[in-house]
Ligand binder design. Structure first.
Ligand code: KG4
Ligand code: ZN
Length: 351
């Protein structure tokens, strides 16, 4: 167990962040609220032919990429390991073997350098990252977290605090997962978000009226469901193919995207109004989506809310977000034990 603590001002600490929860090996360096380096090596190409991330392939890729990625981050930031004040690492949720690679590396740095270790929740890190763009979140803030594995609406009084409230979550597929599945049935590559996003820009979003899940009067106001939408897209495409009609792929992509974005933005606005939030934060890989970003900013202007929208590169998995989450933690509580491990099913909120 390390007794190391941050010496000097926690608000200006130099934090090394490490992220290996899925298929991106990330090493980031953040001083205070300033991003110094964000090095990412992705194994996504190795998974593409399987249509999803293969855990064992991801773990091996992390092992190979971690040291070179760390060297790249230190070189870009112009600092050495001896300069860092704290080490932050994604402890979960994520793929077990993949997480272990990052956690082992972070512990090695912390032990060798005698610096405190902060185990970070991957989802908190997604929400925290806009610290580096727009500064600390308003309190209270409503955050929409949309990634490949999660879709939740959160009330975030303090990132990393135990008082984050999950207002609602998906009852089936995550939004990013729906993108990946719809892309597959349209013959588009994995991950499906970026190609659907591109294709949708040339399609008619009003061409097909796909269903908006969980928007009935009796449905949970802040929960989501994207499985029915995915099935509706599949049925629509199958029906066209059956009668030999060409599938208007761009219109399908645009109409599908419209159905997803409409529900996400509508529910987020409703949540912000209900809890009296002053800020609306968009987070997670899906937050890179052009239409969602545009509609989010429009909604914030219309409702008089401060918009927290990270840059596109900061939305998908990276380690700068892990260091950003630690920035909030440094002022809140002590470091994690070196005995703490990776937790693939790490609960949320927490960390
Ligand atoms: O947060 P993330 O990088 O990894 C997880 O923690 O899951 O999110 C990955 C997800 C994928 O499902 C991907 O299709 C989606 O984010 N995504 C997008 C876009 N870029 C990435 N979805 C829609 N539009 C995009 N431009
Ligand atoms: Zn993520």
């Amino acid at each position: 167990m390390t007794s190391a603590i941050v010496t000097g001002s926690p608000a200006e600490a130099l934090v090394l962040g490490i992220e290996t929860s899925c298929d991106e090996t990330g090493v980031g360096l953040v001083r205070g609220r300033t991003l110094l380096a964000d090095a990412v090596a992705s194994s996504v190409d190795e998974h593409a032919r399987f249509g999803g991330v293969v855990p064992e392939v991801a773990s091996r890729a992390h092992l190979q990429a971690l040291v070179p990625t760390a060297h790249r981050a230190f070189a870009t930031a112009g600092v050495t390991p001896n300069d860092i004040d704290a080490v932050a690492v994604t402890a979960g949720p994520g793929l077990s073997g993949a997480l272990l690679v990052g956690v082992a590396a972070a512990k090695a740095y912390a032990l060798a350098l005698d610096k405190p270790l902060y185990a970070v929740n991957h989802l908190s890190a997604h929400v925290a990252v806009d610290l580096l763009g727009n500064g600390p979140l308003d309190e209270p803030c409503v955050a929409l977290l949309v990634s490949g594995g999660h879709s939740s609406l959160l009330l975030v009084p303090r990132i990393g605090g135990e008082d984050v409230v999950e207002l609602g979550a998906t009852v089936d597929d995550a939004a990013g997962e729906a993108y990946d599945k719809v892309a597959r049935l349209l013959g588009l590559p994995f991950p499906g978000g970026p190609p659907i996003d591109r294709l949708a820009s040339s399609g008619n979003s009003a061409a097909i009226a796909f269903p908006r899940g969980m928007t009935g009067p009796r449905d949970e106001p802040f929960s989501f469901s994207f499985s029915g939408l995915k099935t509706a897209v599949a049925r629509w495409v199958e029906a066209r193919a059956k009668v030999g009609e060409t599938v208007p792929v761009a219109d399908v992509a645009a109409s599908f995207q419209e159905a997803v974005v409409d529900v996400l933005v509508t529910k987020a606005r409703r949540a912000a109004a209900e809890v009296g939030a002053t800020g609306l934060c968009l987070a997670g890989g899906e937050a890179a989506n052009s239409s969602l970003r545009e509609r989010w900013l429009d909604a914030c202007i219309a409702d008089g809310l401060r918009a927290f929208v990270p840059s596109r590169t900061m939305c998908t998995d990276n380690a700068a977000m892990v260091a950003a989450a630690a920035w909030y933690r440094l002022a809140l509580d002590g470091p994690s034990s070196l005995a703490s491990g990776a937790d693939p099913a790490l609960r949320f909120p927490g960390y």
